[in-house]
Design a protein around this ligand. Structure first.
Ligand SMILES: O=C[C@H](O)[C@@H](O)CC(=O)C(=O)O
Ligand SMILES: [Zn+2]
Length: 278
């Protein structure tokens, strides 16, 4: 089995792409297929962005030829966040009950990782993010309540949102993985505005709880050379290290953010003043 691949691009190339080319490089539209894994291997930081949505079956993490490994997590770690109904994740025989917006960290060296839904009528939907790892850290469940919820922004500027941090320097331990999610308050539509870049880390956003018939205009590009991607529910974007990653929705919504790079410090961001955007 070979997973999809996406290559890395320079700012100069991206400035010349049309809508279809931008989408082909930076938008992932094949996530959360029933009873299947979906994975994309990004050449930015060798991050793997994926999902598994078990309905009737118990699904075990397979290995792919891209990894040239005996098993998926031989030299990698994995973060999991459930955005669907109640689910179960079993790691080498230890089973965790994973409710909506709970996360699981799976360390390097874990051989068997299995996913199932508690009820096929309201199936679990697991977002998966895997990055290279050099050291084994213990697997653990991190509930939403234990994810340092912090409310930022305001209703006046339509960017009031609560940020939950699961895997980072002060949370669950990892080699490189930093991961959490953000939920916008009703009436607020702007995520990550004011925006930022962090040239030390690429980042992916996975949008969820976007109501049917609504979309998010995800902003990317260098701060003075912006582009957008129109994103639907359960789609993800790849944000190059040099790009802003911010969005305005036609409704409120949630999104998972996940990254890897030089450090594990959540707040390592270079802010861009709104008036400086072009
Ligand atoms: O590097 C950090 C990420 O871009 C997000 O955590 C930002 C975010 O969730 C927000 O401001 O709403
Ligand atoms: Zn960021």
């Amino acid at each position: 089995m070979i997973m999809n691949q996406r290559y890395a691009q320079s700012p100069k190339e991206v400035a010349g792409l049309n809508t279809a080319e931008l989408r082909a490089n930076f938008l992932l539209e094949d996530l959360m297929q029933p009873d299947q894994f979906s994975f994309t291997y990004s050449h930015y930081d060798r991050a793997i962005i994926g999902s598994v949505a078990p309905v009737n079956e118990v699904l075990e993490l397979p290995v792919y030829e891209n990894l040239r490994a005996d098993y998926f997590l031989e030299r990698r770690e994995l973060g999991i966040i459930n955005v669907g109904g109640n689910g179960e994740v079993s790691i080498d025989g230890t089973t965790y009950q994973v409710s909506k917006l709970d996360a699981v960290y799976v360390g390097k060296g874990s051989k068997s990782v299995r996913f199932k839904s508690v009820s096929a009528a309201n199936p679990a939907k697991f977002f998966l993010y895997s990055v290279p790892a050099h050291k084994e850290y213990p697997h653990q469940l991190i509930t939403k309540e234990n994810a340092f919820p912090t409310t930022v922004g305001s209703k006046d500027t339509a960017n009031e949102r609560t940020i939950y941090k699961y895997i980072h320097l002060e949370g669950a331990k990892s080699c490189q993985l930093v991961m959490g999610l953000t939920i916008l308050s009703t009436g607020s539509v702007w995520n990550t505005m004011p925006s930022h870049v962090h040239d030390r880390r690429m980042e992916s956003y996975f949008y969820f709880d976007v109501p049917e018939d609504q979309v998010v205009f995800h902003m990317m590009g260098q701060p003075q050379e912006t582009r957008h991607l129109v994103v639907q529910n359960h789609q993800a974007i790849i944000s190059p290290p040099w790009s802003i990653h911010s969005g305005g929705g036609t409704s409120n919504y949630g999104f998972i953010w996940a990254m890897c790079g030089e450090n594990l410090v959540y707040s390592d961001m270079d802010a861009v003043a709104i008036k400086d955007l072009r």
